[in-house]
Design a protein around this ligand. Sequence first.
Ligand SMILES: Nc1ncnc2c1ncn2[C@@H]1O[C@H](COP(=O)(O)OP(=O)(O)OP(=O)(O)O)[C@@H](O)[C@H]1O
Length: 342
Amino acid sequence: MYLTVKNVTKRYGTFTALDDVSISIEQGEFVCLLGPSGCGKTTLLRLIAGLTDIDEGEVLLEDEILSDVPARDRGFGIVFQSYSLFPSMTVAENIGYGLKIRNAPAAQINARVAELLEIVKLPHLADKLPGQLSGGQQQRIALARAIAVDPRVLLLDEPLSALDAKVRSSLRDEIRQLQRTLQIPTLMVTHDQEEALALADKIICMNHGVVVQAGTPEDLYYRPATRFVADFMGVSNLISTDLIRREMPALLSQRPDAPDAQFDACIRPEKIQINADPKGSATIRSAGFLGNLTRYKLDSVFGEMMVEAHGPQRLKEGQTVALQISPSDCTWVVNDGYEVPE
Ligand SMILES: Nc1ncnc2c1ncn2[C@@H]1O[C@H](COP(=O)(O)OP(=O)(O)OP(=O)(O)O)[C@@H](O)[C@H]1O
């Protein structure tokens, strides 16, 4: 383990923002902290950065306990959501700032700034002020400034969320490429599951101040542990054991041996096949063509279901269809009482 957060609890008055949270980041790993608004992601990032005090537990970098190390001495690079560049400094001065306060010689600073401007593909902007740059350009410069001092860990707090969709996805790919090249252990906060799936080696999914599940993007998508994770990580059909037992008992073959109320089935929309069949158990309520696939909403013996099929719309609204689901495409998730929002 490179960076470790051990049993950390953080309270604001009587409110517990983080409850006994433990996470780790390996050398070179890209980790995403993912969860809904208010679940404690930013608080956790700020604790690691040293910007917020810890009530219980500790943060370690290798074997060094960081609790008493001030933020500026931790050697971490940080990029925030809002462009936090110094407005009266040029781009080059912003990038070189960290080296300058460490009293690096001017020639070394200039060389490093030029190198970083090439890395973030903005060499022509060296003499501009932040106010003259687009949002995407400002975040690139913020990133360059954060990595200028060879940080031991890179902390990113929703760095893409203020950008429009196109810029966001291109900068997302660049951040990933940069991180792969430089191998800086990185922790990024996001509430966007697609961003986490695309970027992370490991996703740490949080809710209400606790870590609900940590694993690879594939783990979280295909093997969610709870109803909450299943719903948060994309569209899923969540069906009670009771209903499966009544309507399609063959699906129970891989279910853990536990009381009915403890586990529900999670079936991803792309895992369900539908075929026109007048004797089928479901009806197409609506269909939406999304370019590469068609998303159907069905009324079925399992209630409302979402099904996705490659290509254009083949089935009409109102048509009766048979559902084909394989037991291996049924993931059994802990029923944590989470209700999917309407
Ligand atoms: N300084 C503070 N004083 C009191 N409560 C706080 C403070 N900072 C955060 N909180 C509360 O702690 C909880 C977690 O906040 P945090 O900012 O970590 O959530 P988050 O998951 O990052 O959410 P978001 O995505 O909206 O930023 C929230 O309920 C928030 O209201």
